[in-house]
Design a binder for this molecule. Structure first.
Ligand SMILES: CC(C)(COP(=O)(O)OP(=O)(O)OC[C@H]1O[C@@H](n2cnc3c(N)ncnc32)[C@H](O)[C@@H]1OP(=O)(O)O)[C@@H](O)C(=O)NCCC(=O)NCCS
Length: 255
């Protein structure tokens, strides 16, 4: 397993680690091994505690996608993410050939895991409804321990849009930020013609925080920035959102 061959563990250390993995899983008496430990996927949360983090609302659940969840997320992208007349990001999702888009998405999700650092992290929260992945609500921060500022981004497969789920998943991830991690401010941005995204921000009381101009499909486009402070969030705080597994991975977010 990669965790055992990881450079983080020296060869001298690896025997101890194998013993630890084996005994923690099977106990001393059943220990019978040939030096290779088969760590099942569910066990990875012991070593990558982010896999144990869950945010649940009455309508959906957000958690870090395991590799087994990724084909479902790809399928959600395949259903389309926006109308061809809308361009929510600088590059339209459907401007990339399907196979390339799938490849790029996987590479991006894996890169966020692989480059995770307590001072520069991006949590890709897969959004599940009835156990099915339907989109991603991400949250990211740099130097969170000192700045206490997060930024968010999101998408949903088209067939799940316009049913209030965009607001529900933002509520969930803001709960993680403010309630769970003690954030002082959340930021977001959207192009001036992305009405649904702008409305999500307004619904939570974000206030304008400036604007930028970007080239989008060869044209000048205005990107609006917004910020939400802790006191305003507290006025919208919900009591029906539950976070589990955060204590085990808190020091991945803030130390
Ligand atoms: C942005 C996005 C995540 C919002 O999720 P959603 O589930 O569609 O949004 P909701 O149903 O929660 O609705 C949010 C607001 O938009 C409004 N809305 C919904 N559909 C709309 C539409 N077709 N046109 C205009 N407003 C719409 C809702 O009424 C609500 O506003 P309100 O609170 O004032 O009533 C989703 O639409 C999406 O993935 N879009 C494509 C990708 C994208 O734009 N990502 C954000 C990049 S910044």
């Amino acid at each position: 397993m990669s965790i055992i061959s990881s450079k983080k563990y020296s060869q001298a250390d690896s025997g101890g680690l194998i013993d630890y993995l084996w005994y923690s899983r099977y106990g001393h008496h059943s220990a019978k091994r040939d030096g290779i430990v088969n760590v099942e996927h569910a066990d990875l949360a012991q070593h990558w505690p982010l896999f144990g983090l869950q945010i649940k609302t009455p309508r959906l659940e957000i958690r870090s996608p395991t590799d087994d969840d990724l084909p479902g997320l790809i399928a959600a992208i395949d259903t389309g993410v926006h109308d061809p007349t809308e361009v929510p990001s600088s590059t339209p999702w459907d401007s990339t050939p399907l196979l390339q888009q799938r490849f790029d998405s996987l590479r991006e999700w894996w890169s966020h895991r692989a480059t995770w650092d307590v001072d520069d992290w991006l949590f890709d929260g897969a959004v599940f409804v009835d156990g099915k992945p339907i989109g991603v609500q991400n949250i990211r921060a740099k130097q969170f321990a000192k700045l206490r500022i997060v930024s968010t981004g999101s998408w949903l497969g088209r067939r799940w849009q316009g049913q209030g789920l965009g607001k529900e998943m933002r509520a969930a991830v803001l709960h993680l930020a403010f309630e769970g991690l003690g954030a002082l401010e959340a930021r977001t941005e959207a192009y001036s013609d992305n009405e649904r995204s702008l409305r999500v921000a307004r619904a939570f009381g974000y206030v304008p925080d400036g604007q930028e101009y970007h080239i989008r499909q060869g044209q000048r486009a205005r990107l609006l920035r917004f910020r939400l402070d802790r006191d305003t969030w507290l006025q919208h705080r919900r009591s029906d959102i539950a976070i589990t597994g955060l204590d085990d991975c808190r020091d991945m977010f803030v130390r």
